[in-house]
Design a protein around this ligand. Structure first.
Ligand code: PLP
Length: 398
């Protein structure tokens, strides 16, 4: 009889967003017609910008024209988009060749697929709390996982140490769920650690566009030595509202080599085997993001989310509640008041002020006692939710 991948049986039930959905559904059943302030899920609320929409329309028209029509696209990405992305890096002082950029359908797909590059015997270090896909993708592959818990004592930015080793190291900065961002010096220590140990860093830069502090790195390739130890996985989902349109990119330097194997060459081989490229229309829309007009327009949308973050942070500041994130990231990670558990705090907010956030415990055991607010919601809702949160916690109802 066929042997299924038995590692699927090792996956923990992904109950986080399911539980949230069940609890909010139950609340609405007993309180029909109530408006909920949804600040839980990390999905955007603003539409694609005009430059992208125009490019998408034009690309659809191309597909109706025999002379301009595109069939299969190059597996690693359309040259016009690879070039636009590499140019975007070059403008920021990171020198890349176009063929070190691979176009993807989004970071989630890539975070799963990229593990094809590593032997199953390689271990994975995951800093927690973490984006849940890191753990699950490695459990499915049967890899040993080294869990590295973070906490308020290190501002949720753990440091490398001689106490542990791993082959694959996940670094997510700005972080989901904590919003914490590694400084240049801190990230350099991870780069040095990876080079010293022959490890590879998978740098998840899905939220780099939210960095406003000039001293913080947007790309791991801003740091010396990263070109021999890192792969950077990026997404236009939050940067440019592509959550439903689907587009991302991955940077694999040609200098990333282990045991004589060049990861860039391996990924070309992987892509030419496993995909037929991303749709021409979507890649045209993506290229518009990297034009001056596109950059200006996506910044306007990001500014709206930044304003949401400001609104929430000012309430937490007034209340004297510990939090991180918000300034350089679209998530705010707060300590639940009065030692409450994260699900307990979830219930309180839902029942008392109809605000829906995300309990920190869902991102790993060390997230217990913390709570995540997403700033991707509607500004009016965020404003109102912040007011209600302030009144609730100020009254000391907890
Ligand atoms: N990485 C992180 C840290 C995320 O939070 C997300 C989505 O929320 C992703 C990757 C996936 O992004 P995409 O929409 O490009 O698949």
């Amino acid at each position: 009889m066929i042997m299924p991948n038995m590692h699927y049986a090792d996956l923990k039930d992904s109950y986080l967003f399911f539980n949230i959905a069940q609890k909010t559904k139950a609340y609405l059943e007993t309180h029909p017609g109530t408006h909920l302030y949804r600040m839980g899920i990390g999905d955007v609320s603003l539409p694609l910008c005009d430059a992208v929409i125009r490019a998408l329309h034009e690309a659809v028209n191309d597909q109706a024209d025999k002379a301009l029509f595109h069939g299969y696209m190059p597996e690693c990405g359309a040259p016009f988009l690879r070039q636009a992305i590499a140019e975007h890096y070059r403008k920021r002082g990171v020198s890349l060749s176009d063929d070190e950029v691979f176009v993807s359908s989004g970071a989630s797909d890539e975070l799963g697929d990229i593990l094809d590059l590593f032997d199953r015997s390689s271990s994975a270090l995951i800093m927690e709390p973490a984006y849940p896909a890191y753990v699950d993708a490695n459990v499915i592959a049967g890899r040993k996982i080294v869990h590295l818990p973070a906490g308020a004592e290190n501002h949720f930015l753990p440091e490398p140490s001689g106490d542990f080793k791993a082959d694959i190291i996940y670094v997510c900065s700005p972080n989901n769920p904590t919003g914490a961002v590694f400084s240049r010096e801190q990230l350099q220590r991870w780069v040095d650690f990876a080079n010293d140990n022959g490890s590879v860093i998978l740098f998840d830069a899905a939220y780099e566009a939210f960095i406003v502090d000039d001293s913080l790195p947007h790309s791991i390739f801003e740091l010396p030595g990263a070109e021999t130890c890192a792969i950077e996985i990026c997404s236009l989902s939050k940067t440019a509202g592509f959550t439903g349109t689907r587009l991302g990119y991955t940077v694999i330097p040609k200098t990333l080599v282990r045991r004589g194997m060049c990861f860039n060459d391996m990924w070309v081989r992987n892509r030419t085997t496993k995909t037929n490229g991303v749709s021409y229309i979507i890649q045209k829309g993506g290229a518009a993001v990297f034009t001056d007009e596109g950059q200006k327009q996506i910044r306007e949308n990001i500014a709206v989310y930044k304003n949401n973050a400001k609104t929430l942070m000012s309430v937490l500041d007034k209340l004297g509640i510990w939090y991180c994130g918000g300034k350089n990231a679209p998530y705010i990670w707060m300590k639940c008041p009065d030692g409450m558990g994260s699900w307990e705090f979830f219930d309180l907010l839902l029942n008392e002020i109809q605000v829906v956030g995300t309990p920190g415990e869902g991102f790993g055991a060390c997230g217990e006692g913390y709570f995540r607010f997403s700033t991707f919601g509607d500004p009016e809702d965020t404003e109102k939710a912040a007011e209600l949160l302030y009144e609730l916690l100020r009254r000391g109802k907890v």
